[in-house]
Write a protein that binds this ligand. Structure first.
Ligand SMILES: [Zn+2]
Ligand SMILES: [Zn+2]
Length: 382
């Protein structure tokens, strides 16, 4: 069985699934339609199914070893701006990260694996998870038993920063750890003409935003890496009223846990301290979202060998400060998160993930399917 030839045979089917999912995007934990379609196919192909909310675990094969393959299914609250026949039919919702492609690729792999189930040297577990986008669906799947008995796990993300068709494989750290914060700077409202009788939260919030920038520039060791971004600031309604409060929101990113801890500590000190200095008060929360995504070196090497054996074009992929809840699987089971290049300048497929004009080069999706099938069969060989 040649995974590339098998995947090529169902290339159009994979694209058709992707387009169907693309036209019917569902937000985190609302993946009812998508998971129903996935479940129907898996049942038809002989998989043993376990449902975890809107997530699906599908098992096939018998044996000592188990390899898990994971796809995420959720879309984003983005209004699509692409003018394509398969554009989103749902206003304000869009598959702008490519999870429609992940689901379609893994469905393709599911079909091929089922057709050759008698050649499998062990068990394959497919994990179709909900809510990757800020919902930590991975944790729900793990609580639901997705990793029970699993020896290795692999997942794919379509990747705009790689040329179309290249499989990106990286050892060690690949994606960042991420968290988010919300802060309310509470002063004392008043007349815009009488600032001395008020405690104006606007300059205090502005100072807080600037001071937060010193964490990365002055506190993080220049050899290490971190991000602090204030992404929302809201306060006030009109020109002559000093508002009572200003709210701030943002995210922080890191690779090393100790850097993450330091960023959180400094954020708390700055938000609280700047407000206090000016006689205001701050209410805030600083939350972890996902840990860094760190690939197992042996598993990344294995993936490289598999790609070489089947002459799938592959290369290195740069680290990114993006984050993925696939990190939770990798904390528990050895594995690797792989990238599939989908950037195609000739087709105008250049817009970044989460952009209203994001799209994927569909002509390479079968390569992701082929790699998933190859990983499964090669891993279970001995
Ligand atoms: Zn995303
Ligand atoms: Zn994504």
């Amino acid at each position: 069985m040649n995974p590339i030839e098998e995947a090529l045979k169902i290339k159009d089917e994979i694209i058709a699934w992707r387009r169907d999912f693309h036209m019917h995007p569902e937000l985190k934990y609302e993946e009812e339609r998508t998971s129903r379609i996935v479940e129907e196919h898996l049942r038809e192909w002989g998989y043993k199914i376990k449902r975890v909310g809107t997530g699906i675990i599908g098992d096939i094969g018998e044996g000592e070893k188990t390899i898990a393959l994971r796809a995420d299914m959720d879309a984003l609250p983005v209004q699509e701006e692409n003018d394509v026949p398969y554009r989103s039919r749902i206003p304000g919702k869009m598959h702008a990260c490519g999870h429609d492609a992940h689901t379609a690729m893994l469905l393709g792999a599911a079909k091929i694996i089922a057709e050759h189930a008698d050649e499998l040297g062990g068990k394959v577990r497919l994990i179709f998870q909900p809510a990757e986008e800020g919902g930590n669906g991975a944790l729900k799947m793990i609580e639901g038993g997705a990793l029970d008995g699993v020896d290795a796990i692999f997942g794919f993300h379509v990747w705009m920063d790689l040329p179309s068709g290249i499989i990106g494989i990286r050892d060690g750290p690949f994606l960042a750890g991420a968290g988010f914060f919300e802060a309310k700077v509470i002063g004392k409202g008043g007349h815009g003409a009488s600032p001395h009788e008020a405690i104006d939260p606007i300059p205090i919030a502005a100072e807080t935003v600037l001071a937060l920038q010193t964490i990365v520039s002055r506190n993080v060791n220049p050899i290490e890496t971190g991000v602090v971004s204030v992404t929302a600031i809201n306060g006030g309604t009109t020109f002559n009223v000093i508002p009572e409060e200003v709210t701030l929101k943002g995210t922080f990113r890191y690779y090393k846990p100790e850097v993450g801890e330091m960023i959180k500590k400094r954020m708390a000190e700055i938000i609280e301290g700047v407000a206090k200095t000016h006689g205001a008060r701050a209410e805030f929360s600083i939350n972890d979202l996902v840990p860094p995504t760190i690939n197992d070196k042996a598993m990344a090497d294995f993936a490289r060998k598999v790609a070489e054996k089947y002459r799938l074009r592959h290369g290195d992929v740069a680290m990114s400060m993006g984050a993925e809840d696939f990190a939770y699987y990798l904390q528990r089971v050895p594995g690797a998160f792989l990238a599939l290049g989908i950037r195609n300048e000739g087709k105008g497929i250049v817009h970044p993930h989460h952009h209203p004009k994001f799209d994927v080069d569909e002509d390479v999706l079968h390569l992701g399917t082929a790699m998933e099938v190859a990983l499964a069969f090669e891993f279970l060989k001995d």
